[in-house]
Write a protein that binds this ligand. Structure first.
Ligand SMILES: [Zn+2]
Length: 380
């Protein structure tokens, strides 16, 4: 059975809308480009009849948008829908390696899956409610941030403030593996290790040198060995550097480390262990900076209950909704850590996030929009 054109949504209309958003490129670090995308989203939200608050960006990042249903009081607990409109793709991706195009059921384009598609369907659901004059039991607040792909450094305060007045959070990150939604995510931490040794001429005074590169090499083995797949803790030394020339015993070396944690307990222990590493060579010093960026997002009983509710709605619409837990972080990590029941991965289905092969399954647009609408209508 095809669900592609069941009321109140129409596939081609939503696809055209998604296309118009994908055609405004919006890499996270280009605040002006992200603001062009926010201008478009703001205009569409005003046309949809939502109340719109533009939250100024800072540190060179784009602005954020808060769209609110015309019903509901300021302090009334509501549903927070969480989206981002920045992408990982540089300006020129659309004209170069990843143009917008359609092949059968697949639409390609930078940010189409992560997550302009999901943001459009959430806005369409709210627009439908407003057009019908249909007031939901809980007010709806749709927050769209500008810097999710680089850790939500400026979006986080708005996400946490809105989560505190939310009873539920619905995140429009892409669905995966055949439409599965996300009910658990690892926390992410980032560190930098700086190693300082003693420089010396490699030919004349080798014995006086204390190699920072040699020390780093030993530390990398130890850091990677902290990985424990049984608990879900992983450490990845992703980039390294050091030394000034082949004929010099290296004075400096560095590494950037990505740590993923399942929960706060594992996070605290692993971070303490990493911060306590000691040099093998007493004449070399180590400095570790960084810390937890996004806390772990665990499937609590309240999240399991919310999932069951969503599964029931999906069954009424005509599809089987499954869930999974993933190692990738999202803004859902922040809201789940505040104890607000959060469902993530409610956006469109597809694959290839963060690659030039990024794609959305067109047939997923309407069923996912209907699920979002039914969640808005029924959560109380
Ligand atoms: Zn995303």
């Amino acid at each position: 059975m095809s669900l592609a054109n069941t009321p109140p949504f129409e596939t081609q209309a939503l696809l055209a809308e998604i296309k118009s958003w994908v055609e405004i490129e919006s890499p996270s670090r280009d605040g002006a480009a992200v603001n062009r995308m926010m201008d478009k989203a703001q205009a569409d939200a005003i046309a949809a009849g939502t109340r719109v608050t533009r939250l100024p960006g800072k540190d060179g990042r784009g602005d954020h948008l808060l769209l609110t249903s015309p019903w509901g009081e300021e302090d009334e607990p509501g549903i927070l829908v969480l989206s981002h409109l920045d992408t990982v793709h540089a300006i020129g991706t659309l004209a170069g390696p990843a143009p917008f195009r359609i092949e059968g059921d697949v639409a390609y384009g930078p940010g189409i899956y992560d997550m302009k598609g999901g943001t459009v369907i959430a806005m369409a659901a709210l627009r439908h409610l407003i057009a019908m004059g249909q007031r939901t039991p809980l007010p709806i607040r749709h927050l769209i941030v500008s810097d999710e792909e680089i850790g939500s450094g400026t979006g986080r305060e708005h996400i946490e403030r809105e989560a505190r007045r939310a009873r539920y959070v619905l995140v429009t990150e892409p669905a995966r593996d055949g439409g599965k939604i996300v009910t658990g995510r690892k926390g992410t931490a980032m560190f930098r290790l700086e190693v300082k040794g003693v420089a010396a001429h490699a030919g004349v005074r080798h014995q006086d040198g204390r190699s920072a590169v040699k020390e780093l090499a030993r530390q990398i083995i130890d850091i990677e060995a902290m990985t424990d797949y049984a608990t879900g803790l992983t450490l990845n030394v992703g980039t390294i550097g050091g030394g000034s020339g082949t004929n010099v015993v290296p004075q400096e070396a560095w590494a950037n480390i990505d740590m993923r944690v399942p929960n706060q307990d594992v996070a605290e222990k692993a971070i303490a262990r990493l911060r306590a590493i000691k040099p093998y060579d007493p004449d070399v010093s180590l400095t570790i900076t960084g810390g937890l960026n996004r806390p772990g997002f665990e499937k609590t009983p309240a999240i399991a209950e919310l999932l069951e509710h969503a599964r029931g709605l999906a069954a009424e619409i005509g599809f089987d909704l499954q869930d999974l837990s993933t190692g990738g972080g999202s803004d859902g990590n922040f809201t789940a850590a505040l104890g607000v029941p959060t469902l993530d991965g409610l956006g469109v289905d597809g694959k290839g996030a963060h690659t030039h092969d990024e794609q959305m399954y067109i047939s997923s647009i309407v069923p996912r929009a209907r699920l979002m609408l039914r969640l808005m209508e029924t959560l109380s």
